[in-house]
Design a protein around this ligand. Structure first.
Ligand SMILES: O=c1ccn([C@@H]2O[C@H](COP(=O)(O)O)[C@@H](O)[C@H]2O)c(=O)[nH]1
Length: 268
């Protein structure tokens, strides 16, 4: 999906919500737990219930890889169920020496038809470039993450700047705002204005609202650009809004609440 199509969907839906499909089999409602294909049934119900209110889905591959080969099949079937107009993100956090990154890019962009993949920048340009070679595909590089460990490296000084600032400044030169996004955690509200000074045009994938306590209001007021420029992800807050048979209705209600808050910002 190219930038024009993504922005078009954001305007049409009045939403920049990304629903995270972090489906922990241990948290399935009782009637699906232990059932053959329970995870897939759960994912399909969540997608059907939320698709009117979001523009993207993010599959965190860890939850599927942990199930072995069956998990990979569930991930593929879940991806097939995501409607074409939705932006599909593989949250796989890959990146390796060049020839290995080429294989990761092929796995997620060709063998599977994800629109985007998350990539760790630690190994440098040759580990990121192979992902950027694909037309109409996106590389989403970890910039400033939502977890406490962001203080260990990302928020440490690297000469005159912070390490995450160096990452944004350097990596933004490897691609362009049409094929490169950055992960900036919603728990880093105070840094968003600074992020926008460094990368005014790029889309930001923002995890950390809901279960991690980040504020949608704070992010939207500080970091939207003329194309919205944000994909705000919520996983557990939507998936597990209700632990019983009404899980899909509850997920729909939460997604709709996020969408209406986002619509108010998009009108400004
Ligand atoms: O900095 C980061 C990078 C990635 N994530 C991922 O986003 C979701 C968040 O899930 P919630 O349940 O909404 O907290 C999850 O897949 C993380 O692995 C992140 O949280 N922070």
């Amino acid at each position: 999906m190219n930038r024009q199509a993504l922005v078009g969907e954001i305007r049409r839906k009045q939403s920049f919500l990304c629903v995270g499909l972090d489906t922990d089999p241990g948290k399935l409602p009782a009637h699906l737990k232990g059932k053959k294909d329970g995870v897939l049934e759960f994912n399909r119900c969540i997608i059907d219930a939320t698709k009117a209110y979001c523009v993207a889905y993010k599959i965190n591959t860890a939850f599927y890889e942990a199930m072995g080969s069956k998990g990979w099949e569930i991930m593929e079937a879940t991806l097939d169920h995501i409607p074409d107009e939705h932006f599909a993100i593989a949250d796989a956090k890959r990146g390796d020496i060049g020839n290995t990154s080429h294989q990761y890019a092929r796995a997620f962009f060709k063998t599977l038809s994800f629109d985007a993949i998350t990539v760790a920048p630690y190994m440098g340009a040759d580990s990121v470039m192979p992902f950027l070679e694909y037309e109409n595909k996106w590389t989403i590089v970890l910039g400033l993450t939502s977890n406490p460990g962001a203080h260990d490296f990302e928020l440490q000084r690297a000469g005159e700047e912070l390490l995450y600032e160096k990452v944004l400044r350097t990596v933004s030169g490897w691609g362009n705002p049409g094929n490169l996004m950055f992960v900036i955690g919603a728990t880093r509200g105070e840094e968003f204005e600074n992020v926008r000074k460094l990368i005014p045009e790029h889309f930001l994938l923002v995890p950390g609202v809901g279960a991690q306590g980040g504020s949608l209001q704070e992010i939207a007021s500080r970091a939207m650009n003329s194309d919205a420029g944000l994909l705000v992800n919520a996983s557990r807050a939507i998936l597990f809004a209700d632990s019983g048979e009404n899980f899909a209705k509850a997920a729909e209600t939460v997604a709709q609440q996020y969408q209406s808050e986002m619509a108010a910002f998009l009108l400004h």
